[in-house]
Ligand binder design. Structure first.
Ligand SMILES: [Zn+2]
Length: 244
């Protein structure tokens, strides 16, 4: 049974109640989750799990869980070091309150959306990316000269439009019909021979499409909630964007 990935349903959900499903060498697995896992160049969320007695386990990182049958919804919360005595108290079946470091996540969301704006301005395939709390980096596959001033002017125009941001999900069939929706080279539908595991490829592609076959940029219904200025202009969607 997969974890319920609440972060896909509402990028602005910062906490949830959950039940501990497993504790292993990877970390803590919950039945539902608001932490975005490392993926597509975007860092995994940090935060904390609050136990029933009020104590808190600090979560340093979140990544996709690895186990037989795991999906991209299955994530594992990696505790920060030095909490052994706290972790020993934690047991499968315990109820916890899971809360992300929202300040950190929101910065990444905004940079993620900003990277979509850059994709809208520069129509080149994306060969890699990194979205951190401090910056976003896109590797564009081109040998054409990029004029910084022209790019900045177009970006300013898009940003000035204060467009709403929302995420869109498409099916595999739709992606096959419109491969240009996926800008990342590594998740293009395979033209050549199928990979060794067709099923694995299909799963990977489906996950990539669900998360990232977004259009030129993500828009979110909370656009109107944002404050004026930068806040309003580059508000972003969730941990969105699994490029890998
Ligand atoms: Zn994205």
């Amino acid at each position: 049974m997969s974890t319920r990935a609440l972060f896909r349903e509402d990028a602005y959900q910062t906490r949830c109640d959950a039940t501990v499903r497993a504790i292993d060498e990877q970390g803590i697995h919950l039945d539902q989750n608001v932490f975005y896992p490392l993926g597509g160049g975007q860092a995994g969320d940090a935060g904390m799990l609050k136990l029933a007695d009020g104590t808190c386990i600090s979560i340093a990182h979140t990544r996709k869980a690895k186990f037989e049958g795991a999906t991209s919804d299955d994530v594992v919360h990696v505790p920060a070091a030095g909490q052994d005595s706290l972790l020993q108290k934690l047991a499968v079946g315990d109820k916890v309150s899971a809360e992300i470091d929202w300040e950190q996540r929101y910065k990444r969301m905004r940079l993620h959306t900003a990277s979509h704006l850059i994709c809208a301005v520069l129509p080149y395939p994306v060969d890699g990316c990194s979205i951190t709390t401090e910056y976003a980096r896109l590797d564009l596959a081109t040998v054409e000269l990029i004029e910084r001033e022209a790019v900045e002017a177009k970006l300013a125009e898009l940003i000035g439009g204060s467009h709403a941001v929302r995420t869109e999900w498409i099916t595999d069939d739709e992606m096959v019909a419109c491969p240009e929706l996926v800008r990342t080279m590594s998740v293009k539908p395979a033209d050549g021979p199928r990979p060794r595991s067709a099923a694995a490829h299909q799963r990977r592609r489906s996950a990539a499409v669900r998360q990232h076959a977004c259009t030129q940029y993500r828009r979110n219904r909370r656009a109107a909630d944002c404050e004026a200025g930068e806040e309003k202009r580059t508000h972003a969607a969730a941990g969105a964007g699994d490029l890998a």
